[in-house]
Design a protein around this ligand. Structure first.
Ligand code: PEP
Ligand code: MG
Length: 327
């Protein structure tokens, strides 16, 4: 079976009825770029940039970040690299910086990600300039994590515009057309997807957090892990709505949470209309195998049926059967 997956992985990611499904890689560090290529990813769909900060517990300079993002952009050739701006806090606390992060009763509902960046504008601008400068060396996209509504997105984009102006003044090259996307991982963002789509070039759904916040289940709490159900009807409806609103405005939707990396869920996501998937590199082969073994029309029928069902367990069983019959 390993051999079978390995061979399929060298082939294009396209369904039996001819729909191309880009499969990209999630990475945390530049030294994973070889793994991205070895596993035949079409570029990087999620570069978790906070690991530059968590490594050695150190705040990287603009130049340090630029070197890392540039390396990623160059090594992918023409394939895209989607860099997510800093997502510290929650399950990724930065220890030893009490001046930046204080102890909170509810870190997942606390001072995290874009909330932190919008209060530490100097740190945020260092990162935004580094990403913009890297965009001169390959196909770079930028996305913001943990956006809860249009206000945050507008403020982040205004700061990004200041960075563009600064670089122009200093004669530093960057891609004027760099796409800027929004991560959908908070229910309020999902519910306002129509508004956010107007202000975003693309969406990337972070199902790890979207499920956590929609179902009120701490993603890291083993005591309630059995209640963390990606096939809960609420999750299906939320994703379906986000995709519908994005597509109305011709925006593409990717899923970069762990749901994307499991063939049982991948078919369901594609059937719900998701355009692209991004996952940890070693899991690409099995998802690509399924993509190549299924028809998109069947995945759509699967999702249509799932949307009418009530039981997460039954939806899971149906999706599992769909994958098993094809793998
Ligand atoms: C997610 O929430 O699904 C996601 C991709 O982001 P992270 O796991 O880094 O929070
Ligand atoms: Mg997240």
């Amino acid at each position: 079976i390993e051999q079978r997956l390995h061979e399929a992985n060298r082939q294009p990611s396209i369904t039996l009825d001819g729909v191309a499904v880009p499969i990209r890689a999630n990475i945390e560090k530049v030294d994973e770029l070889q793994l991205v290529k070895d596993n035949c990813a079409e570029g990087v769909g999620l570069f978790r940039s906070e690991f530059l900060y968590l490594h050695n517990n150190h705040i990287p300079s603009e130049q340090e970040q630029y070197m890392a993002y540039k390396a990623a952009a160059e090594s992918m050739g023409g394939d895209s690299v989607t860099i997510r701006t800093l997502d510290l806090g929650g399950d990724k606390p930065m220890a030893g910086n009490p001046d930046l992060f204080s102890v909170e009763a509810n870190p997942f509902l606390g001072f995290r990600a874009i909330r932190f960046c919008l209060e530490h504008v100097d740190l945020f601008k260092d990162q935004l300039r580094a990403i913009l400068r890297a965009s001169a060396h390959g196909k770079v996209l930028l996305m913001y994590p943990m956006i809860s509504g249009a206000g945050e997105l507008e403020r982040a984009n205004a700061i990004l515009d200041e960075c563009r102006a600064e670089l122009r003044r200093n004669g530093m090259p960057f891609d004027e057309d760099m796409q800027v996307g929004t991560m959908i991982e908070i229910p309020s963002a999902a519910a306002t997807a129509d508004i956010l789509a107007r202000k975003s070039d693309f969406f990337s759904i972070g199902t790890n957090d979207l499920i956590q916040y929609t179902l009120a289940i701490d993603r890291g709490n083993d005591r309630i892990a059995h209640l963390y159900e990606p096939t809960h009807p609420a999750i299906l409806r939320v994703i379906h709505n986000v995709v519908a609103e994005a597509h109305k405005q011709k925006r593409k939707v990717s899923v970069c949470g762990e749901m994307a990396s499991d063939p049982v869920y991948a078919a369901l996501l594609l059937g719900l209309g998701v355009d692209e998937l991004s996952m940890t590199p070693p899991l690409i082969a099995s998802v690509k195998y399924l993509v190549r073994a299924m028809k998109m029309s069947d995945a759509r029928a699967l999702a249509g049926k799932a949307l009418k069902m009530e039981s997460p367990v039954e939806i899971y069983a149906m999706c599992e059967q769909f994958a098993n019959e094809r793998m």
